[in-house]
Design a protein around this ligand. Structure first.
Ligand code: NAD
Length: 294
């Protein structure tokens, strides 16, 4: 039972539905470990109640709030400032009540996207310097966009994005245009049905990411990659899925002899730890969190 007093400060989590979220357990474990008198609580907030809920961050002098669906792409209109990566990918998952020189919250709210930061922090924690690397990324949804934009801003050399020709495809073309206009990364968009091109670019790539959700329920028996021959041994292979811990795609990569194969756990952990640091200014011991969260 946390020791809640008149001094305890509040971080929100605004989404709908939200009761299933693991975010409060992760945040509260970290605040406790860091000795911060802070708690996170989840609030059922949809697009209709979002404006009032964001105003409450100011009125209640909250430290900020995590933002999830359906609010990530619309919350920007209620904020005072938006970080560049969040602006370019059009989605915010963290709203910070900025502080003055005395450490008091100001009511000026700034939006960030820590999903992309979290993915790349996970890569850096593996001792990998991704500057100048060539990446193949499958997906153009929320996770993929955040990974693409943050990677491009932070020095990725080339980025080939593949997606099926569904409603997300046009969004991929927009991301590619945004990246080519705003960063030094050379981005390109391709149809996932073009398996010859996918195989060729995967052979030339340094890092691969599947950010589609293929490999998790109800698509847990599927992979976007036809067979293990697509993977070369030294490819860094990542999946944004963390349940199951090992997807069909990850099994294929291991079968092909890849040794650097990672699931979405580190992205999930680091997006939370980066948000926590934005709220409190404190970094959380990573090994402790990994051990506790399993
Ligand atoms: P989204 O709905 O925004 O995007 C879904 C993407 O998957 C689109 O590109 C879509 O075209 C593609 N897709 C859907 N069905 C497909 C199919 N049958 N074959 C090929 N592609 C298909 O979803 P999102 O929020 O970007 O999430 C994508 C995945 O990333 C999910 O598995 C989610 O759990 C995971 N995720 C993980 C983290 C983390 O912290 N590890 C964070 C966010 C999302």
């Amino acid at each position: 039972m946390p020791n809640i007093t008149g001094h305890t400060e509040l971080v929100g989590l605004m989404a709908y539905p939200i009761r299933h979220s693991q975010s409060p357990s992760t945040h509260n474990l970290a605040y406790d470990k860091n000795g911060d008198d802070v708690i996170q609580l989840a609030f059922e907030v949809d697009n209709d109640s979002l404006k009032d809920a964001v105003q409450a961050i100011r009125a209640l002098k909250m430290l900020g709030s995590n933002i999830s669906m359906p609010n990530k792409t619309v919350v920007h209109q209620y904020l005072d400032e938006v970080d560049e990566a969040a602006r370019l990918c059009g989605a915010i998952n963290t709203v910070v009540n900025t502080r003055d020189e005395n450490g008091n919250v100001t009511g000026k709210l700034k939006g960030y996207n820590t999903d992309g930061m979290g993915y790349w922090q996970g890569i850096k924690e593996e001792g990998i310097d991704f500057k100048g690397m060539k990446m193949v990324l499958i997906g153009t949804g929320g996770a993929a966009t955040a990974i693409a934009v943050r990677g491009a801003l932070d020095g990725l050399g080339e980025l080939a994005i593949f997606n099926i020709k569904d409603k997300f495809y046009a969004r991929g073309e927009e991301i590619v245009e945004t990246i080519n206009k705003n960063t030094n990364c050379k981005a390109s968009m391709h149809d996932l049905a073009d398996k010859d091109l996918l195989k060729k670019l995967m052979q030339e790539a340094d890092i691969f990411c599947d950010a589609t959700g293929v490999g998790m329920h109800p698509l847990e028996d599927l992979s976007n990659i036809p067979d293990p021959s697509y993977f070369k041994k030294d490819l860094i292979v990542t999946d944004t899925v963390y349940a199951p811990r090992e997807t069909v795609m990850m099994k294929q990569a291991k079968e092909a002899g890849c040794t650097r194969v990672y699931n979405g756990m580190s992205m999930m952990l680091f997006q939370a730890l980066i948000a926590i640091e934005l709220y409190t200014g404190k970094s959380t011991p990573v090994d402790y969190m990994k051990e506790k969260l399993g």
